[in-house]
Design a protein around this ligand. Structure first.
Ligand SMILES: Cc1ncc(COP(=O)(O)O)c(C=O)c1O
Length: 399
């Protein structure tokens, strides 16, 4: 079964960079130094009785890679160690993690409160799958704690949110929201994609579960899809793991291995991502033609800067610009020579996206407006290049 995060290298008194390199390893008697890939669909038993005992849960052991796999388990151990959590369950993608959480904890007739500014596919699931399953959904402005409280009904089982939100970078006071959730017996689930555990640990601030698209910074090099749900052993083993093993959105062992390699450099990369993004945000905000149109939690005019300082270690690596119209936004993107137009974030290369026509295109215009996604909004995922080259590229395209 899954490994503890408290094993050698995963202890809380080690720093994050150390945990990402050592927690849970090595995994075999071969004493390998770098994690091996277990590319196998199933595992052998010594006898029919052994198979029976493992299936009955009387003996520990791997059965089938839809359930558990040693490479995937090591990835889970390391992410749990980074998030200060007891346990983690890996999934095939970030959306698989989000969907698994909804399906594991919500039943027909129950109700979930979701912040307005969440990733487009999460909104699409709320509008389609949850509706079809007769699960009530109320969308609220992320930062408005009174709205969260007013949205609670006797059937509310979950609060679901992203902070900072993709792409608006709006935030909520996590300690206050999780306190409300605890007082009212509501599970609080935080999509922590934009921060990674290097910048923010929602479980330390009272959240019950964290979900990640590991596709983003955990991989960090734009190679594979992956996701993970992190939290207490009880919540994950009682609800999430049985749903995963039966429905099957499991992480491939190969992808888990790639993600393990990504985790090894995560803390180093996040520092450089943040260094570059801070320089980009301040540089753009200083341009007369962009006054008030650059969004980054670290800028002095960001209305939630103090909150970001309180609950995030640094301000992250997403910088957004509002260029006034879709035409301006697309003309600017087409003029960039270095930044790559693609629907992803968290890559080592600087990426640029027009959310209104791509990641959030399936939302209605009203939903986009409520979420703060204007037609002129451009999202920059700042990469690891020499920052002068990023600045020159942005300046040239803006001209
Ligand atoms: C905040 C957020 N959550 C979830 C996802 C979904 O992740 P994946 O593409 O790995 O399914 C994304 C993807 O962009 C995202 O930005």
């Amino acid at each position: 079964m899954k490994q503890e995060s408290g094993v050698r290298g995963g202890k809380r008194d080690f720093g994050l960079a150390t945990r990402a390199l050592h927690a849970g390893g090595p995994t075999t008697p071969e004493r390998e130094n770098s994690p091996p890939i277990f590319l196998t669909s199933s595992f052998r038993f010594d006898s029919a009785e052994h198979a029976q005992a493992v299936f009955a849960g009387e003996e520990e052991g791997n059965v089938y890679s839809r359930f558990t796999n040693p490479t995937v388990a090591l990835f889970e151990t390391r992410v749990a160690a980074l998030e200060n959590a007891e346990h983690a369950v890996a999934t095939a993608s970030g959306m698989a993690a989000v969907t698994l959480v909804f399906l594991s904890f919500l039943s027909a007739g129950e109700h979930v409160v979701i912040s307005r500014s969440v990733f487009g596919s999460t909104t699409n699931i709320a509008n389609t799958l949850l509706k079809r399953l007769n699960i009530g959904v109320t969308r609220v402005p992320l930062a408005d704690l009174t709205a969260w409280e007013s949205a609670i009904t006797p059937d509310t089982r979950m609060f679901f949110l992203e902070t900072p939100a993709n792409p608006t970078l709006e935030m909520v006071d996590l300690a206050a929201l999780t306190r409300l959730g605890r007082e009212r017996g509501i599970l609080v689930v935080v999509d922590n994609v934009l921060c990674t555990p290097c910048l923010q640990r929602p479980l330390d601030l009272g959240a019950d579960l964290v979900v990640h698209s590991a596709t983003k910074y955990m991989d960090g090099q734009g190679r594979v899809l992956g996701g993970v749900v992190v939290g207490t052993r009880d919540l994950l083993m009682d609800k999430v793991f049985p749903m995963l093993r039966n429905t099957g959105p499991s992480l491939s062992p190969f992808n888990a291995w790639v993600l393990l390699k990504g985790l090894e450099t995560l803390s180093l990369r996040m520092e450089r991502h943040c260094d570059n993004a801070e320089k980009v945000a301040f540089h753009l905000a200083a341009r007369d033609d962009l006054t008030g149109r650059v969004f980054y939690p670290g800028l002095p005019d960001h209305p939630q800067r103090e909150l970001a300082i309180r609950q995030m270690r640094r301000f992250g690596a997403i910088v957004c610009l509002d260029l006034g119209s879709r035409e301006n936004a697309q003309r600017f993107m087409n003029a960039l020579q270095l930044a790559i137009i693609t629907a992803n974030l968290g890559d080592c290369r600087t990426l640029v996206t027009h959310p209104a026509t791509t990641t959030h295109a399936k939302l209605t215009e009203a939903e986009r407006q409520a979420a703060g996604i204007t037609q002129g909004l451009v999202r920059l995922s700042i990469g690891l290049e020499d920052v002068k080259d990023i600045l020159d590229d942005l300046d040239a395209a803006l001209e």
